[in-house]
Design a protein around this ligand. Sequence first.
Ligand code: HEM
Length: 401
Amino acid sequence: MISQNMNRSMVDSRQNPYSFYEEIRSINPVYKGNFLKYPGWYVTGYQEAVAILKDNRFQTRIPFPETTKKYKALMEIQQHMMLFKNPPDHARLRMLVSRHFTPAIIETFRPNIEKIAHNLLDEIKNNNKIDVISDFAFPFASLVIAKIIGIPDDDKNMFREWALSLIQSIDLTRSRRSIIDGNKTTVKMLAFFKDLILIRRQSPKNDLISELIQQEKDKKLTEEELLATSVLLVIAGHETTVNLISNSLYCILSNRKEHQKLIENPTLIKSAIEECLRYESPTQMIARIASEDVELNKVHIKRGEQVYVLIGAANRDPKQFSNPDVFDITRNPNPHLAFGSGIHFCLGSALARLEAQIAIQVLLQNEINIHPETIKWRKLVGFRAMEEMRGTWGQVICPNS
Ligand code: HEM
């Protein structure tokens, strides 16, 4: 058994979690540990991660075992989100929105997304110094998801506060304070969406929220589910995409050879983003709970036990990926698990991919330059996210290559 000190190290290892993952994988790819507030099974092996994510005996659940009125709004809204639903309710909620997120539909947004990226670039190109996250990635992802859902552009500035607060409140490093903050944010978001729904009920538009309102009228979903789906799409479609953009830029600019390959052959952008998704996965952990006793990899997981699927670790499993710690933008095949697997496979994966491809191309064409040595990762265990990413324009410096 790994020492109790490991409890602290899982959070402390955020600057580089990969050696920690490797250490527990070498003991067992399905390892019982007590690293977080809630003990459970830590899954670091690729095959084992896929097996669990595809097995409906491992159920999703809202991330709050505590029951207190202080988090009422947050808990109630999560109870109606597809992300925390199991069969059969899950399929009904997912089906109502899934046709809006197919690769073909998302491709129709390409001209709009490119325009958003270029307009933002025009606004910041003359600044000597920028923070790539707050000056570009955040407003970019906000404007795109706002456009798809049907949220007026002016309101997108609230997304940052909402996203930061809600992510902090669901990450397993959360404090009581951050859960209370998350609850306050939920109350604000609910008020915002109730107002918007009222407006769209009176004058529908050709957007996702108007369609969801129609489905609610047709009794295909309840008002709570309508609100929960709106909140979920804003949060899920935002923070992780911001992190994919900044993590991708970091991966590419700190690997001179791979950066050069991409400059010489821009058609590599698709496989480059897949490699960024694998190498620094924006979501690092998916939590499940065993609904019955399960035998897996010679371990016995008991009903009610927590299972933490570390997808950032599975994506570096040497049994699945050759030279997993090497960043290779031509890696093929690249069956990473950055978007999960099974029935909860990320609904927005096509959108996230397109946004990242466009954002990185536009930033590289404009010769963005970052200082990888100054990067600090946020102390989250479920997500891979940077505090900030200072950038300048001009020739690229690659100290790590
Ligand atoms: C880089 C960006 C993204 C990453 C890494 C990511 C990752 C994930 C992962 C790992 C899951 C599975 C969670 C689980 O099994 O418990 C998931 C689910 C989901 N994602 Fe994403 N996501 C991204 C972007 C987006 C975008 C842009 C949207 C929507 C606009 C979105 C909407 C969703 C939804 C609705 C679910 C729940 C699906 C379900 O429960 O059936 N995501 N995402």
